[in-house]
Design a protein. Sequence first.
Length: 68
Amino acid sequence: MNEHQNDTYHCPECGGALIVERGRLRCPEHGLFVAYGPRLAMREPRANGHSGNVAMPWETRREEHRPS
């Protein structure tokens, strides 16, 4: 993340600015994220390797754009 440390990241869930904490990005409301490029943040996996029951934005959009 060092090459992007001056970039501002926003929570994919609420759009709020993410706080940099110990090399990770944190949203007070939605938890931890990791930087994946200069403008993309992804949810950090949990200890068991799963991200839980929360859908990421691209998973939600896929449902919205299904042909009728």
